[in-house]
Ligand binder design. Structure first.
Ligand code: NAD
Ligand code: MG
Length: 321
């Protein structure tokens, strides 16, 4: 009997079909702890075997390590190029932000070399709230447009934490010049504010990716990394929610991922993964959701615990004038 397949969803009007669970490669840059090369390779291999076709990285993750490791894995596994969708970013680096046309143009060449690819499917301006949004509109997107014409990138996106940056840019760029937005930490059980702008994004014809369904580790048994920007109040509430699940013999990460997957207006949910076990658990969570639906009782109890911090976030970026 054929095993059930991960659902594929259309990414806006790009024509790309992404697996509903996407492989977030930031952990391959060792940002959530060290990942030995063999474990990275095994994780990417498991992802491909289980139907994940979307891989997201950035030159920022681990100071180029994530891109290099992902590139080596895809190369070693001899993945047919047309069977995968690869996304990387530009403008954010270990040494700081630079969204100038010159830097992002050079950046794409550098990324292609590290990824060992001739083109990326998606290039995204990385965390634009740290840049000058007018520069993104007037300089960065036009520069990426040229790379699109040159065949180095297929589609263009923007990423960031505050949702207002998406509307600012999309209201000002020529229609069709931004294909995708990647939002993170705004479609999780503790914060689902992305919902508010989904109709707007749809009206602009852009594809929507949500990342960090586990709220960058808040909704896991082991808890967030040291650098996590949430307040103590948010961290404590999420820890209490994880404990509640554990007491009931359930897993908060599974519930959290399923919560993000339920909204089909969102094309893919990017989860950071650094072990075969996590890949298997996350794919299973998606397959199980398709068959049995979410555990409504558990979700209700977890939402009650998280109610005091619901939709609370943290500051990110520079004050825009
Ligand atoms: P996440 O919420 O996906 O959490 C990742 C953490 O959860 C890691 O420590 C991972 O090892 C762990 N984890 C994964 N599966 C698990 C499971 N089944 N059980 C327990 N723990 C599990 O956060 P993230 O990694 O920050 O986000 C996912 C991806 O989205 C990133 O890797 C990146 O590709 C992308 N992203 C992009 C931006 C941006 O562009 N600004 C921001 C955030 C995330
Ligand atoms: Mg388009």
């Amino acid at each position: 009997m054929a095993s059930p397949k991960l659902e594929l969803r259309q990414l806006g009007t790009t024509g790309l079909k992404l697996s509903c669970v996407g492989f977030g490669a930031s952990p391959l840059g060792n940002v959530f702890g060290d990942v030995p090369p063999a474990e990275a390779l095994a994780s990417v291999s498991a992802a491909l075997r289980l139907g994940i076709n979307f891989f997201d990285t950035s030159p920022f993750y681990g100071g180029t390590v994530s891109e290099r490791v992902l590139g080596n894995c895809l190369h070693e596994l001899k993945v047919p190029r047309e069977e995968i969708v690869v996304s990387t970013k530009c403008g954010r680096y270990a040494e700081g932000f630079d969204f100038s046309a010159e830097r992002v143009t050079r950046s794409v060449d550098e990324s292609l070399e590290r990824l060992r690819l001739d083109y990326v499917d998606l290039i995204q301006c990385h965390d634009i709230e740290f840049g000058d949004l007018d520069q993104i509109v007037n300089e960065t997107i036009p520069a990426l447009q040229k790379l699109k014409e040159a065949g180095k990138v297929r589609f263009i996106g923007i990423t960031g934490l505050p949702l207002s940056v998406f509307t600012y840019v999309l209201d000002r760029v020529p229609p069709g010049s931004v294909d995708v937005v990647l939002s993170y930490c705004h479609y999780s059980i503790n914060d689902s504010t992305l919902i508010d702008i989904l109709p707007y994004l749809k009206s602009k014809g852009v594809g929507v990716i949500t990342a960090s369904p586990l709220a960058m580790g808040l909704l896991t048994d082991s808890g967030p990394p040291e650098w996590h920007p949430a307040s103590q109040e948010i961290k404590s509430a999420c820890r209490a929610a994880a404990l509640l699940c554990k007491e009931k013999g359930k897993n908060i990460s599974k519930l959290a991922l399923q919560y993000s997957l339920m909204n089909k207006e969102i094309s893919t949910v990017l989860v950071g993964m650094n072990s075969v076990r996590q890949v298997e658990e996350n794919v299973s969570a998606a397959l199980e959701l398709a068959v049995t639906g979410i555990d409504e009782g558990l979700l209700h109890d977890v939402e009650a615990v998280l109610q005091p911090v619901k939709n609370k976030t943290w500051p990110s970026g520079v004050q825009q004038s």
